[in-house]
Design a protein around this ligand. Structure first.
Ligand SMILES: [Zn+2]
Length: 316
């Protein structure tokens, strides 16, 4: 229909420009115009497939741009979620985001003064991970307090931590720690009964450490590689036993967090890159506050000093 109308219009024009003479030239112009218009309509013209390809490329480019945009938007949304979570959980500042995990893991050696005889044969004992990243590591011991709010808080804030479990306080509620593990937390070895290791024979220590390895493997499906002796006390038998149970490293700590204070090992009473922070699964029975109170306090200290909490396993 449109072509027909166009043809009539062009015919009239052709007629007019032909200055009254119904010449063959005028008709020819009209015919040419129609032909040109027909091509412009693109109905099966020679540029059809070309055009389809161009459209396809344009769509791909658009999709690519949208992908890049959504990654930026994703990061923005993640940050907004962190800010909102920090507000919701009463943190004064939003926790800093840790850098990407190091491509090469640092070489861990035993801290000076922490060696046992023939130390080089045993898993290293350390309180700080050698790194220049402005990160610290959060480790939580024992397991008596099982506060669901704590799990929720850490999940929403996306703060990584590592747990060192003693079965005698964990066994009444394995599902609590299963939920923790499902959130990405590694469950490590802190012996079965939390005894003072140097007071035990080699065999007794082996039972405490290897026994806890077996329990964690059975209950949580994964054999730990990290061990922390109760109270941080150990002797050569402890490290020998730990090694025989498959332990690769013995992280102690350089700072300890409570609900209302931090204790430091170093004379400067400060945090350092790679410091391991110890705290406990404890509640109001032991502390003047809850586990979320403790996290609020430790995160205030860590963030004020310009540190991010990183995943210990990323560095070991
Ligand atoms: Zn302990």
């Amino acid at each position: 229909m449109q072509l027909v109308r166009q043809k009539e219009h062009n015919s009239q024009q052709g007629h007019r420009y032909a200055a009254g003479s119904r010449s063959r030239f005028g008709v020819a112009v009209a015919a040419l115009l129609v032909a040109a218009l027909g091509t412009a309509c693109g109905s099966g013209g020679s540029d059809g497939p070309d055009k389809a390809a161009k459209e396809k490329a344009a769509k791909a480019a658009e999709a690519g741009a949208a992908g890049a945009l959504s990654a930026a938007e994703k990061a923005k949304a993640a940050q907004q979620a962190r800010v909102a979570a920090a507000k919701r959980w009463g943190l004064r500042k939003t926790p800093l985001t840790a850098p990407a995990a190091p491509k090469e893991k640092p070489e861990i050696t035993t801290r000076d003064g922490f060696e046992v005889e023939d130390q080089e044969e045993y898993p290293p004992v350390f309180t700080t991970v050698p790194t220049e990243d402005k990160v610290v590591f959060l480790t939580i011991d024992d397991g008596s307090e099982k506060d669901p709010e704590f799990l929720k808080m850490m999940k929403e804030l996306k703060i990584p931590y590592t747990a060192f479990l003693s079965d005698y306080v964990v066994r009444d509620n394995y599902p609590y720690f299963k939920e923790m593990q499902a959130a990405g937390v590694t469950l490590n070895n802190h012996t079965i009964n939390h005894r003072y290791m140097p007071g035990l024979s080699y065999e007794q220590q082996r039972e405490e450490i290897c026994g806890q390895q077996d329990i964690i493997q059975k209950q949580f499906g994964k054999r730990p590689t990290l061990f922390r002796p109760p109270y941080g006390n150990y002797n050569q038998d402890t490290l020998r036993a730990a090694k025989s149970c498959g332990i690769k490293a013995v992280p102690l700590w350089n700072a300890e967090a409570f609900t209302n204070r931090m204790d430091y090992r170093e004379w400067d009473r400060d945090l350092h890159p790679g410091d391991i922070i110890l705290t406990h699964f404890r509640g109001k029975e032991d502390w003047k506050g809850t586990m979320p109170d403790m996290i609020r306090h430790v995160m205030k200290t860590v963030t004020d000093k310009g540190y991010a909490v990183a995943r210990l396993e990323d560095y070991l």
